[in-house]
Structure formats: C-alpha cells, structure tokens
Design a protein around this ligand. Structure first.
Ligand code: ADP
Ligand code: ASP
Ligand code: MG
Length: 406
C-alpha cells in the first residue's frame, strides 16, 4: 500500500491574495507532511476570470470561443505557479501543471467543454517522486491540441474528475464558507451548515441557483460515485459530506434562489399539435435554455392558449425575430418579455414520501403577500417563479418555515 492520495481544490476566494495563496500552500504542505500524496486543484484568483471576460468584451461584443478559452485559462495558470512557488519557498517540493500537462482531455465545445478522459501519467510520475502536484482547474485540451475550459465554476469538476481518475482516497473542496448550507448564507443569515447531503439533493440545489458547487461536477461525482467534502479554507471546521444515500430523509434539505431570470409569453397560440414543437424548436436552435414552461387553459373554447416560459435574463436578446416569425407562421398572437423574475426552489429527498410540502410552501408565500407566477415540480423539488424584487424576502420566509426550529 502506498501513501493515501488526497485531492484538494481551492476556489477563487481561497487563493484571492498573496496572503491567501500562502494560506492554501501551508494547508497543502501540512497535508503532505501528514503522510499523504497531494494533488491540489486551484482556481483563478477571485475576480480574475470576470476581469478577463471584461477585457475581451472591451475589444468586441462577440469574442471567438477558442480565444476566450486561451484567455481564461491564463487565470488558473497564474495561480498554479504562484501556489507552487509558495510551497517551494516553505521548504516543500511542488510542481505546477496546466490542464494539458495534467492530461485532461475534453471534447471541442469551447467555453463549456466536457471532459473525455484523463491520462494522469505526468501526475503519477511526480507523485511517485514525492512531489506535490498543483493542477490548473477549469481547463483541458482537445485531441487536436486546443485549450478548452469547462464552464463557469469548472475547477470543481477538475477536482472531482481527478479524484476519479487517480482513485483518490479523499476529495476535499475548499471554499469560503463552512460547507453546503440550507440556503446561501449571504441571503439567509439563519442558514445552517448541512453535515451530510446526497448527490441528488446537492445536484438539485446546485442546478437551481445554489452555486456553491458547479452542478456538472456534482453530476460527475454521482455518476462515478465519488464522495467529497466541502470545507472552509480559512478554518478547521468539519464541512459537508456529499455522498450517495442513505442520509436522513428530511422533507426539505435546502432552499435555492436563482435570480436574473426572464419570462416570455406567447399569446393566442393555436391549440393544436405542432404549435409548441415549432416554437421551442426555434429556441433550441438558438441555444436558449428554457427552464419552467406553462401552457394556460384554452380560454372560453377560443381554440388558442397562452404559453409562458422562463429563461436566463442573459438569453433574452436571443429571443427575437426567429421566435416572432415562428409565432406568426403558426398564427399565434404577440410575444411579451419581461425580466426581474426569480426562481425559488425547495429541495429534499424526503419529498418522495412526505406530502404537504407544496401546500405549506404556497401558504407561506401567500401569507408573505408574494405572488406565484409559475410552478414546477420534480420528485425531490418544488420551484416557484416570483418577482425578483421580493425573492430574498421570500427565501427568508420559506427558510424560516421549513428549516428553522421554533
Ligand atoms: P469558490 O470560489 O470557492 O468556488 P464559490 O463562490 O463558487 O466559491 O461558492 C461559494 C459561495 O457559494 C459562498 O460564498 C456562498 O455565498 C454561495 N452559496 C450559494 N448557495 C449556497 C449554499 N446553499 N451553501 C453554501 N454556500 C452557498
Ligand atoms: N475561474 C473559473 C470561474 O470563475 C473557474 C472556477 O473558479 O471554478 O468560473
Ligand atoms: Mg465555485
């Protein structure tokens, strides 16, 4: 048996300044000195990825995707070198690797590439010599040698995928809060740290606005059964363990809020086969991700219905002439768009067996005077579309009703 292998990941805030890089370096070195092989994935220093995006937009509104990847990958490369420099200055022995050097191979969908596989030959060689390996998160390369990135928050995915490829004994995700909370603690100060959560619950939370972990990374962890722990890089508190069930089946594990949504309504859509297919086909062709959809009842036998759907506000500009001409073709009425919309979700695997969660959610919102515009459910989630202006207040009310002891 060789030494235990630990994969750690330090997010943007945890490496946001020279002092914080030294803090991460000390923790990595300590893990190594405790008798472990260590592979540490680092993100770009906080704010760097956003500022690189702004620089590109300062040149053109439509930067090419391949070059965006070449640009954004530099953020993580800077941090890997600085972290290795810090460790070496403390008497340790570390080497920094880009995604390419680490053998992370992806498909060629620039800016949101998927990991194909990992060929960790170089990583293993360094580990065998007792060297600490610092890997650039968020990046990989295609079979034809182009640099790719894995979508925002993608360093989480790098860490989970490396833990899988290296069959690590432990995977630790270090961030700026103590773990996964029952709601974003910045929005609901009464939110509590969750000790253990299932992949399915975290996946629903992450994909409905709790961006503490990239949702694709959680999907990957579930698929390959990689348990991991989310912890704070600034203290030694126990974090949140994420794993397969069984965990205690509470009806509601957490509350998520997704702001920056928009709602589009197409009025007077002829109530016949093919109408929805035509409209949503156009949206799919323009890569607009549609979230909640409702079709109203056929009012007074008029033969037409209204269809509304929500999308990310940033996609609003893509909903234009294409949809209008499709609507005209099928004989539908006018299209209205509005932003200032948010989605609030309650998530818990206990919902599979508990009833009454929806009723209680609607009651809490009604008492708070918050109007529900749309509703959507899955086996372990109930989501409502509300006005963004009252979304944080709604999250606090819903959190209080479901997750705070009285
Ligand atoms: P990192 O840079 O370490 O990847 P992120 O900013 O991506 O960190 O994620 C951590 C942040 O996620 C926290 O600061 C917190 O505000 C936010 N967050 C949102 N929802 C939750 C939640 N349910 N539990 C914990 N943090 C959450
Ligand atoms: N730096 C990238 C981002 O800001 C990746 C990451 O931090 O995980 O999205
Ligand atoms: Mg993150």
């Amino acid at each position: 048996m060789g030494m235990p292998l630990i994969v750690q990941k330090y997010g943007g805030t945890s490496v946001g300044t020279a002092e914080r890089i030294k803090n991460a370096a000390r923790r990595i070195l300590e893990t190594h000195r405790n008798g472990n092989s260590v592979v540490a994935v680092v993100s770009a220093m906080s704010g760097v990825t956003d500022s690189l995006i702004r620089m590109a937009r300062g040149i053109t509104g439509k930067p090419t995707d391949r070059e965006m990847d070449a640009l954004l990958a530099t953020g993580e490369q800077t941090t890997t070198a600085l972290t290795a420099i810090a460790i070496n200055s403390m008497g340790g022995n570390a080497v920094s690797l880009t995604g390419w050097q680490a053998g992370i191979r992806t498909n060629d969908i620039h800016t949101k590439a998927k990991i194909h596989d990992i060929v960790p030959t170089a990583i293993r060689e360094h580990l065998e010599k007792g060297t600490i390996v610092i890997v650039a998160g968020f990046q990989g390369h295609t079979s034809s040698g182009h640099i790719t990135t894995l979508g925002r928050g993608g360093s989480d995915l790098t860490a989970i995928a490396l833990a899988a490829a290296l069959k690590a004994d432990n995977c630790e995700i270090y961030t700026d809060v103590d773990g996964i909370f029952t709601c974003d603690p910045r929005i609901v100060p009464a939110a509590k740290k969750i000790d253990v959560i299932s992949y399915d619950e975290l996946l629903e939370m992450a994909s409905s606005g709790s961006k503490v972990m990239q949702s694709r990374s959680v999907e990957f962890a579930k698929k390959f059964a990689i348990p991991f722990e989310v912890r704070n890089s600034f203290n030694n508190n126990r974090g949140t363990l994420v794993k397969e069930e069984p965990v205690e089946k509470v009806a509601v594990r957490g509350v998520s809020l997704e702001k920056n949504q928009a709602k589009v309504t197409i009025s007077q859509v002829p109530d016949r086969p093919g109408s929805a297919s035509r409209l949503f086909g156009v949206l799919a062709d323009t890569n607009v991700v549609v979230d909640v959809i409702i079709q109203n009842v056929n009012v007074a036998e008029s033969g037409a219905t209204d269809i509304s759907f929500t999308i990310n506000k940033d996609d609003l500009e893509k909903v234009g002439p294409g949809l209008e001409s499709a609507a005209a073709d099928i004989g539908a009425g006018k299209i209205t768009k509005r932003d200032g919309i948010a989605k609030l979700s309650v998530v818990g695997i206990g919902m599979r067996t508990h009833s009454g969660v929806a009723a209680k959610l609607f009651e809490v919102l009604s008492k708070g005077g918050i109007n529900i515009q749309m509703i959507s459910t899955s086996e372990i989630k109930i989501a409502v579309i509300i006005n963004e202006s009252c979304a944080e207040e709604a999250a606090r009310l819903v959190h209080k009703a479901f997750l705070e002891e009285d």
